[in-house]
Design a protein around this ligand. Sequence first.
Ligand code: PR8
Length: 470
Amino acid sequence: MREKWKNNFSEWYNEIIEKAEILDIRYPVKGLYVWFPYGFKIRKHVLNLIRNILEEKNHKEALFPLLIPEQEFSKEAKHIKGFEDEVYWVTHGGLEPLNVKLALRPTSETAIYPMFAVWIRSHSDMPLKVYQIVNTFRYETKHTRPLIRLREITTFKEAHTAHASYEDAERQVTEATEMYKKFFDALGVPYSISRRPDWDKFPGAEYTTAFDTIFPDSRTLQIATVHNLGQNFAKTFNVQFENRKGEQEYVYQTCYGISDRVIASLLVIHGDDRGLCLMPEVAPIQIVIVPIWFKDSERDVDREAEKLKKELKDLRVHIDDRDVRPGSKYYDWEIKGVPLRIEIGPKDIEQEKITVVRRDTCKKQQISRGNAARKVAEILSSISEDLRKRAWGEFNEHVYFAESLGEAKKIISEKGGIVKVWWCGEEACAKEIENEATADILGIVNESSGGKCVRCEKKARSMLQLGKAY
Ligand code: PR8
């Protein structure tokens, strides 16, 4: 059932974040929240996934300071311009005013690149690929929301790379895009990839590529960005290397990031009216065993539950032996999105069977006790597969093409999702389209067979993707 999830999404979201014990939203600073242990475990599994993907591609984890001195932060003119409204400043040490104001990082280019200038000497030091997973601070003025629009982004995974040629940096952009695709595919989070318009790219970048997903209320959420920084930051921070000809040259850079929004997407996209439905890959508990006790059978049932848990040692299994009715245990674990529930009662033992209930379909089936381990692993992988398929199916149903501006506006207001329209490439037309369709431009996609710009009717060079963005 996905009535509330779809039609009253905000309420569903706020309730689930709390009831499933993801975040405590009662912390007394706007835009800052507390991770509950259960939510924190989901976060840990999500981070393991991205860490593995990055490390496979030779990224090294590092850690840079949270505070950035004003003179470094302000060096790159476009960067500071883009972030000036969003920066928190530390101005005092105790009662003493500081000589140099310190920025709480909103992102870490200006903390990392002065160090790149020290680390990089020659072309043989590159490619240099580092990442860190840290909290960053942005003084967001739009409506803040747990995991979606934070003032303290607690899970900012940022990667920064330096290269000896523009071509190599371009290759890195492709590698980063492929890594993020793999990551989102593992989580079953569907996405559309497009290039941000020039006037709305990451401050200081040559160009920005964005991943967007669609939420149940048909609004879109940007869940990742990949930036080609060219030599802009290298020139500002004097990051040079000796090239093969023995000359000094500025490095070519890229950076790419994801945030808590990834976790929001994962929770939201697979959820339903009963609660979360976690992908087995990141579920803190993949299987919950609920013993069904009857008079005199308690010990046998408990023994059987323990035995089964041991057999499933490669999975994350929890036996819920709380002294409450089975029904209320089912309810709790459904909210928390445990992918599979196993019920064991005296009848099951007698028949050498176990009863399993999938969280995604809520279907109950009995399977034979003999090959439980193999069968359960199969069911978990089919849950992943089915969740992924369902999510992509729903996503694709919400991607539209509009022939005219009027049609785009109608789709945006009635259906939401992502709407593609032909565009001539002129900024003025794009802004008119955005205004008239009352939508945001998510990005630009190149399509080979061009139609006519929906605004000026000149030959279109590409397509704009529109949506109502969070
Ligand atoms: C960079 N520098 O910073 P980006 N709350 C939650 N998530 C957010 C918020 C917020 N207030 N603001 C942005 N995000 C580059 C790349 C290092 C890494 C998420 O890029 O400013 C968005 O999903 O585009 C965004 O795509 C991602 O952080 C990276 O932020």
